[in-house]
Design a protein around this ligand. Structure first.
Ligand SMILES: Nc1ncnc2c1ncn2[C@@H]1O[C@H](COP(=O)(O)OP(=O)(O)OP(=O)(O)O)[C@@H](O)[C@H]1O
Ligand SMILES: C[C@@](O)(CCO)CC(=O)[O-]
Ligand SMILES: [Mg+2]
Length: 387
């Protein structure tokens, strides 16, 4: 039996970083996914295997060795429906089992993801032999929520395999999960994100789990129904960075300047709330889509200015901002910044000729442009009986 899960990446329309400090943020799923496939192996196969297909990397852990090392550290496994927050001791033991796999130095950033995999697996499925294959359509470490979609798709596949999340056997192809089941997936994925990010707000795993456009504050999500089409150009500067370090940098800045940073976070909170009310408010004669787009553009520029205040912009991001401004288009970074991806609003009346020109100019700088579908379904599952 093969269990497959896919979970979307995301864009943050407003509020990244400030959301970690309690402000409101607005995010939407995008139609680029992480995919996980899980197959249990026969009893004499004494290992858990992880294949990261896109990177051509394979890892394998001997089950007896895993059991000896980890059972000493943290009691009984598995416990899929009763989530336990991770203990530092247990995660250190997991990290040392990952270090033994000798990940190539150039890809050392993956070790956090592999630790999250092993932690989720043992907690949810215990010491069952299997092979897990992961592929991702998302660029890793670029602000599109690759870490969250990785954790959400793993948690969903493992919970279905454990039997604590059940599938409607009548549905063929991709199937959505019920609300309570999504909540369980989201809680597990959040623990995985903690291993990768250090101190995540939970917005990325929440939007990857539930999909749609959401407003998020202090762990609470509100689904938003947009009354207008939102078309965003996503430009990947291809400048690598990691969210954990950027989030830590903002914490340090706010320790140095608590009052000033509190005002910055409060301004971002207002921007996110205003943005969500603009995209939800009905379109009628006195507020046209063009007028709404003008307001959104201004809010994006203000949010970008505040992200600069937080110290998370980058010269590559500034190049994208300058380039798109020449076409009178507004942009802001999305995700953790420091490189990674930038969003540019493409107004409904903007001609395709102009879109093509902007893309050509951005790509001539070495950036990569994507126009992703926004606000689709969250995590989905599919299972098949062939072995
Ligand atoms: N498909 C994958 N396989 C293994 N590890 C992954 C995968 N996707 C993400 N990761 C882990 O997540 C890390 C990237 O996460 P990070 O949070 O820094 O960036 P992001 O999630 O792409 O961007 P953001 O958090 O700004 O949205 C990788 O270095 C790796 O450890
Ligand atoms: C930078 C951040 O706000 C968003 C990363 O996509 C971190 C988080 O909320 O966990
Ligand atoms: Mg991330």
């Amino acid at each position: 039996m093969e269990i497959r899960a896919r979970a979307p990446g995301k864009i943050i329309l407003a509020g990244e970083h400030a959301v970690v400090h309690g402000s409101t943020a607005v995010a939407a799923s995008i139609d680029l996914y992480s995919h996980v496939s899980l197959r249990f192996l026969g009893g004499d196969e004494g290992s858990i295997k992880l294949s990261l297909k896109d990177m051509n990397l394979e890892f394998s852990w001997d089950l007896r060795r895993l059991e000896n090392t980890l059972s000493e550290t943290d009691g009984q496994f598995p416990h899929p429906s009763s989530l336990r927050a991770y203990s530092l001791e247990f995660i250190q033991a997991v990290a040392s089992l990952v270090d033994e796999q000798s990940i190539p130095e150039a890809k050392i950033g993956l070790s956090a993801g592999v630790s999250a995999f092993l932690w989720l697996y043992i907690q949810i499925l215990g010491f069952k032999p299997s092979v897990v294959t992961v592929t991702s359509e998302l660029p890793l470490g670029s602000g599109l929520g690759s870490s969250a979609s990785f954790c959400v798709s793993l948690a969903a596949a493992f919970l279905v395999a454990s039997g604590s999340v059940t599938l409607d056997s009548r549905s063929a192809g991709w199937a959505a999960l019920g609300e309570g089941e999504l909540e369980l997936v989201n809680k597990w994925a959040f623990e995985g994100e903690k291993i990768i990010h250090g101190k995540p707000s939970g917005i990325d795993n929440t939007v990857s789990t539930f999909g749609n456009v959401i407003m998020f504050r202090s762990g609470e999500l509100t689904r938003i129904k947009s009354s207008m089409p939102i078309r965003m150009l996503v430009t990947n500067t291809k400048v690598g960075r990691n969210t954990k370090a950027l989030v830590a940098g903002v914490f340090e800045r706010s320790r140095r300047h608590p009052d000033a940073m509190a005002s910055v976070f409060s301004a971002v909170d207002s921007i996110s709330k205003e943005l969500s009310s603009i995209i939800q408010s009905p379109v009628h004669d006195d507020i046209s889509i063009t007028e709404k787009e003008g307001k959104i553009e201004e809010l994006m520029e203000m949010n970008q200015g505040l992200l600069q205040c937080m110290g998370v912009s980058h010269s590559s991001i500034e190049t994208v901002l300058r380039t798109t401004l020449r076409y009178k288009l507004a942009s802001k970074l999305t995700g953790a910044g420091g490189g990674g991806c930038v969003l540019t609003l493409l107004p409904a009346l903007l001609s395709n000729t102009v879109v093509d020109k902007v893309i050509a100019e951005l790509e001539s700088c070495g950036f990569q442009c994507i126009i992703a579908g926004i606000g689709g379904q969250g995590v989905e599952i599919s299972s098949s009986d062939h072995s």
